[in-house]
Ligand binder design. Structure first.
Ligand code: 5AD
Ligand code: SF4
Length: 489
């Protein structure tokens, strides 16, 4: 865990330390000195705008980078333009890349007005050689480019840029060490993600992630537990254990351990109230894990279990290594063992070769499983993946029409199943003041469904009991039940 005293102890007069995290502490302090001068020159505090695309892993990386920049003196702003603009990119689908180019176009003029502005790009899209070449060629005003493997080196890369006055492009093909004990700045004080592993070894044929995030690496369980204990001491009540494929956690460690065993250990951390995890691969979801979830009071009854397609032959082409029947059996087992569980999923429409008959099987599975929500994606061809070279890419209009039908089915099914706790009293973790009505608070049930109810800001971060009085399609309206929480209203 990050210890401020250790950072303070680093001497910045001499050479940079060779080892991490001290080396990054050194550069954080060097950049802070520089930022203090910059602030004087500007005559106002420096601002940062960190914009994150993509998944929870990127969100977590952004929390880490925010902390590093905040230490230097940058203040967060929600404005798209700031003294330091950082895009943490995603490349899972092509439109995520297009978004970045659009935003860079917008920034170009602002940088002309404020030449001291720093523009940085990092994350998955930067692991793609063609994209980096394009940025070098056509976006000369970008100051820093780095990838997914060296995010922890933000301070060092920035310092190099400041010293040289030139753009720094530093993208690694392979990951090196897992660096512990760097600072993090949580978006919510009471909830955060905790990385348990990095990378993916599955090579689903459509997916670029294994190429941009590298091979699977797990953190040591002791490091994870140490981090969670420190987070709890700092006010966290809910953690989300993060990995591309958490079900294969621990397999590559010197002393292998299962994900289920890790969960048992996390459960023992005193003070942690809710444990979530993301993402599970159906092929690796063990009976041991189902039993741990069933017997746990802290693991939330929610499982995000990407289906991708309901047709076995398409699943084989996708290299998913399960069939429609195996998925259905797994869903059935989960619902039998954990009746209150909510299942959510990801589905891709228009994978190469997908026929109307194939698509109907996906629709079938949606109806049979009864997902609370499903994230539906139009297949996007990613250069370098096996699926990009497959014949029979489905015409755009056919995919769009299927996508619309699927969306409708997903919404209808979700509306039917997510209301199953209507007229019961459930625990809600209070997250924020309602966006539309400041008399209401917004929170989540263990199974992730949203609840709005009358209350005050004093409840944020607390777990309260709420009666679920009305169901509105995908959220509940309710009222607080327990006495002391009523008093806080
Ligand atoms: N096209 C469309 N969707 C994709 N996903 C991953 N790769 C692609 C692609 N090439 C989706 C999968 C995955 C989610 C994170 O993104 O459904 O589960
Ligand atoms: Fe991509 Fe498949 Fe790995 Fe998920 S499990 S990140 S879809 S390769």
């Amino acid at each position: 865990m990050f210890d401020y005293k250790r950072l303070e102890a680093v001497d910045i007069q001499g050479e940079p330390p060779r080892y991490e995290p001290e080396r990054q502490y050194y550069y954080m302090k060097k950049c802070r000195e520089w930022a203090e001068q910059e602030e004087e020159r500007a005559g106002r505090p420096l601002t940062m705008s960190i914009q994150t695309l993509g998944c929870q892993m990127n969100a977590k990386d952004s929390e880490k980078m925010t902390a590093v920049l905040a230490y230097m003196g940058y203040q967060e702003t929600v404005e798209p333009v700031a003294d330091f603009v950082l895009y943490n990119t995603c490349t899972v689908r092509e439109n995520a890349n297009l978004k970045i180019y659009g935003r860079l176009g917008y920034l170009k003029n602002h940088k002309k007005k404020n030449p001291h502005m720093k523009i940085a790009l990092c994350g998955c899209m930067m692991q793609e050689k063609d994209e980096v070449e394009k940025i070098k060629r056509s976006y000369p005003f970008v100051d820093l480019v780095f990838g997914t493997h060296n995010i922890y080196k933000l301070a060092e890369i920035l310092y190099r840029q400041i010293q040289s006055g030139h753009r720094v492009v530093d993208v690694w093909d392979e990951p090196e060490e897992i660096v512990e004990d760097l600072p993090g700045k949580r978006k919510y004080p009471f909830r955060t993600g905790v990385n348990i592993m990095f990378g993916c070894n599955n090579f689903c044929s459509y997916c670029i992630v294994p190429y941009v995030r590298g091979r699977e690496r797990s953190r040591e369980p002791e490091d994870i537990i140490r981090e969670i204990s420190a987070l709890v001491a700092d006010g966290v009540v809910e953690v989300m254990l993060l990995g591309q494929n958490v079900n294969s956690y621990g397999k590559t460690l010197e002393q292998p351990i299962s994900f289920a065993e890790l969960l048992r250990q996390v459960e023992k951390v005193e003070g942690i109230r809710r444990i979530r995890f993301m993402t599970s691969h159906p092929k690796d979801l063990s009976d041991e894990l189902i039993a741990v979830m069933r017997d746990s009071k802290k693991i939330c009854p929610h499982l995000h279990l990407p289906l991708q397609s309901g047709r076995s032959s398409i699943l084989a082409q996708m290299n998913r290594r399960y069939t429609k029947e195996q998925y259905l059996n797994l869903a059935r087992k989960l619902k039998t063992e954990i009746p209150q569980i909510s299942l959510t999923t990801d589905i891709i429409v228009g994978f190469p070769g997908e026929t109307e008959e194939d698509f109907q099987e996906t629709m079938d599975v949606v109806g049979l499983v009864g997902f609370d929500t499903a994230f539906t994606f139009i297949y996007s061809k990613r250069t370098g993946t096996p699926a990009a070279a497959m014949k029979d890419q489905v015409p755009e209009d056919v995919v769009k029409e299927r996508f619309e039908r699927l969306l409708k089915k997903v919404q209808e099914t979700g509306a039917k199943v997510s209301g199953r706790q209507l007229h019961t009293v459930q625990e809600v973790l209070v997250e924020e003041v309602n966006d539309h009505d400041s008399r209401l608070m917004t929170g989540r049930l263990g199974n992730n469904t949203i609840v709005h109810f009358p209350g005050t800001e004093a409840l944020i971060g607390k777990i309260v009991r709420v009666s679920l009085d009305e169901f509105k399609g995908f959220y509940y309206l309710g009222k607080i039940k327990n006495k002391q929480d009523k008093e806080a209203r």
